[in-house]
Structure formats: structure tokens, C-alpha cells
Design a protein around this ligand. Structure first.
Ligand code: NAD
Length: 366
């Protein structure tokens, strides 16, 4: 029983071999497939939980679990620290995704969660936009030009024919560098004032690290009547990006309702004002089709079903391309009832002896 490690170096090779567009397409397909097939009798979802980190800017370290009955449990452990890029030159979101065997509890795989999170968060917005936005949407607006903004735009570009991208960030350095970071898409990307994003976007992604109690990041008033918003940055109690008036007149679709009511845009609404979840929308696309010409919001808090889908894509691709390393991380060799058997020479059951207990206990042959 080994554990597959998929590291940064493996993912670099994987992207080189598969191509970043093909990888994003596979993640979009996998996440949408997970939404379509979701069934509470087979998949147990849990709300995330975690610690609040009282750093210079409030951060969190959270765990996000999901179980496929009788198969695997996937748990992402994710840190959110918005001062990371400027202070330490590392991403705001740092994560690792782990997969456990339901039968034994064995750790089957550990995969980087930084790229995985960015891919699946972009994919989720593309899926929501495909079902809720006007299919003729051509102008994409971004408020917040950090790491997640890159994959929001990339994923949307796989689903819509984008003519113009309007990007705003309160940090001029992030705003100015954004067109270069998404240059690989070959799109017309302009750094513009917030008012221009608000007035001209057909699809708008809010992807900010706005502080608790500092939102909203958008003003209502000049938004297009058919605007679809992917609200990505609201994921803590008191951290919201959208004006309540926009939410109240829109079809608001949370990713995972119990979580969205506590830490998403839905915390600004009463439960009866909240629309169908993205899972219900994907499972019944015709029922909500009329909303595509009206105001809609995807309340994306990010949930473990998405992490499971992207982890599966990355581990399967790694295996197919001969990437990743199988390591013996857990002490599993030797006598199953003697934890020292493996570690102390001469300890434990000797050759030819019966191990205690039943026949499943291994007998070490010296
Ligand atoms: N929904 C999900 O599944 C999901 C997944 C990952 C991250 N997130 C959230 O998305 C947000 C962005 O994450 P990231 O990794 O891109 O962070 P990041 O630090 O790389 O980028 C955030 C950007 O937002 C900008 N910003 C802050 N306040 C702003 C405001 N009022 N108006 C415009 N721009 C503003 C910052 O200057 C920064 O450039 C975070 O809040 C994070 O928690 C959500």
C-alpha cells in the first residue's frame, strides 16, 4: 500500500504534456459531471470547518471533506492568507488535497491543491455561467486581478466567445500585471476603472480578497439587466462582495447552501430568497433557462465536491503519464499488531512464528 504524491514538478510536466486548455476542459467536464451525478445516498458532503488565523490580515486554515460511500474520502486542507503574495511571494491560497481509502483508512494520494483549487474554481464559474448567463455574452468583467482571476477568465474563455475583458483591482500593481498573466489567452484585456466594469460586463467575476466587513466591492446602479455574476471571493462570515439590492432582484444560486448561508453572499439573504443550488441547476437545466436573459448570481464559496473532481482528474492524468511518486509514507510493513516491528531491529515476530491474533497479521520473514 503506497501513497501517490503529485507535486509541483509533476504538474508542470503534466501541463506541458497535456496542454493547459485540455486540462481546463477536463476539469470543467469532471466538475460538471460531479454536479450532474450528485446523489446524497452515495456522496456525503460536509461543510468546511477551520481555524481563524489572527495574522496582520485575518486568515484561515480550513479542512473540506467529502466521502464517496465505500470508496474514498477526499479532504482538502487550505490556507487563506491575503498578505502572502506581497509579504512572502507565495499565493494567498495554499492547499493540499488528500485521498483516503474508505475500507482501510490508508492515504492513497496527496496532490498539490494550489493549482487544483484555481482550476476547479474557474471551472465552477464557467459551468454556472454556461447555465445562467446569456449565451451571447461577449464582455467579461473581473473585479480582483489575483490568482483566481486568471483561471476564472481561462475557464470562461473555454465556454464563451469573449470579445473584451475589463479588469479592475484596488491594487494598481495587480491590475497592471493582469493582461500579461492572461496573455496566453490572446484576448483583448483592458485595465479599466471599476465603473467601466460595472457598466459594460455581461458576465462579471468578483474575485477579491476584500476584508471582513469591508464589502461590497461593486455598486448597484449601472449594471446590465442581464448581468451574470460569479461571486467567488465571499467565503467567510461578514466577507461579502455584492450589494444586497443586486442579490434581492437576482436568481441567486449557491454552490453548497449550508455553507453559503454562513459565509457566502447568501448570508445577506433570508433562506426563502435563495434560488436553486448549482447542482439543481445543472441537473435541471431547462427549468432555469429563462433566467439567462435576467440577473443571476452564482454564490461560489467553493466546496469539497469540486476538490474531489479535480483531484481525480489530476491523479488519473498523473498515473496515465507516468508522473508522481509512489511512496511508503505510512508504517504498514511487518506485523500489523506491532508498531515497533518495522522500526526496531530484532523486535517483533521472528521468522516462522505465528503472529498474534488472526491470520491477517503478517509474519515477518527475517
Ligand atoms: N469560491 C471559491 O471556490 C474560492 C476558491 C479560491 C479562492 N477564493 C476566494 O477568492 C478570492 C481571491 O483569491 P485569490 O487567490 O485570487 O487571491 P489574491 O490575493 O491572489 O487576489 C485577490 C485580489 O483582490 C484584490 N482586491 C482586494 N479587495 C478588492 C476590492 N475591494 N476591489 C477590487 N480588488 C480587490 C487584491 O488587491 C488582490 O489583487 C479570495 O477571497 C479567496 O478566498 C474562493
Amino acid at each position: 500500500m503506497k501513497t501517490l504524491l503529485v507535486t509541483q514538478a509533476d504538474l508542470r510536466k503534466l501541463v506541458h504534456e497535456v496542454g493547459i486548455d485540455a486540462l481546463m476542459d477536463q476539469v470543467i467536464e469532471a466538475v460538471e459531471g460531479a454536479f450532474r451525478a450528485f446523489d446524497t445516498s452515495r456522496t456525503e458532503l460536509r461543510q468546511r470547518d477551520g481555524f481563524t488565523l489572527r495574522n496582520a490580515r485575518t486568515g484561515v486554515l480550513e479542512w473540506m471533506p467529502v466521502m464517496r460511500q465505500g470508496e474514498t474520502i477526499t479532504i482538502k486542507v487550505v490556507g487563506y492568507n491575503p498578505l502572502n503574495p506581497r509579504r512572502y511571494g507565495v499565493p494567498t491560497i495554499i492547499a493540499t488535497n488528500s485521498v483516503y481509502d474508505c475500507e482501510t483508512g490508508h492515504l492513497m494520494a496527496v496532490v498539490d491543491g494550489v493549482l487544483a483549487t484555481a482550476l476547479r474554481t474557474g471551472a465552477a464559474s464557467a459551468i454556472a455561467s454556461r447555465h445562467l448567463a446569456d449565451p451571447d455574452s461577449r464582455v467579461v468583467g473581473l473585479v480582483g486581478c489575483g490568482a483566481q482571476a486568471v483561471t476564472q477568465l481561462h475557464a470562461l474563455s473555454r465556454v464563451f466567445s469573449i470579445q473584451r475583458v475589463l479588469a479592475f483591482d484596488v491594487d494598481p500593481v495587480a491590475q497592471r500585471s493582469f493582461p500579461k498573466r492572461v496573455g496566453f489567452l490572446g484576448l483583448d484585456v483592458r485595465a479599466v476603472p471599476l465603473e467601466t466594469v460595472e457598466a459594460e460586463a455581461d458576465i462579471l467575476c468578483t474575485v477579491t480578497s476584500v476584508g471582513v466587513g469591508e464589502g461590497p466591492v461593486l455598486e448597484d446602479g449601472r449594471l446590465r439587466p442581464w448581468l451574470h455574476v460569479n461571486a467567488v471571493g465571499s467565503d467567510l462570515p461578514g466577507k461579502v462582495e455584492l450589494p444586497r439590492s443586486l442579490l434581492e432582484r437576482s436568481l441567486v444560486c449557491p454552490d453548497f447552501l449550508p455553507q453559503a448561508l454562513v459565509e457566502g453572499e447568501c448570508q445577506q439573504l433570508r433562506p426563502e430568497q435563495v434560488g436553486p443550488s448549482i447542482i439543481e441547476v445543472v441537473q435541471n437545466p431547462e427549468r432555469h433557462r429563462d433566467w439567462r436573459k435576467r440577473s443571476t448570481v452564482f454564490d461560489s464559496t467553493g466546496f469539497s465536491l469540486e476538490d474531489e473532481a479535480v483531484t481525480r482528474v489530476l491523479t488519473e492524468l498523473a498515473r496515465r503519464h507516468g508522473l508522481g511518486m509512489d511512496v511508503e509514507l505510512e508504517c504498514l510493513a511487518g506485523d500489523a499488531m506491532d508498531p515497533y516491528d518495522l522500526l526496531l531491529p530484532g523486535q517483533g515476530v521472528q521468522a516462522g512464528e505465528e503472529a498474534p491474533g488472526d491470520s491477517r497479521h503478517k509474519v515477518r520473514v527475517a
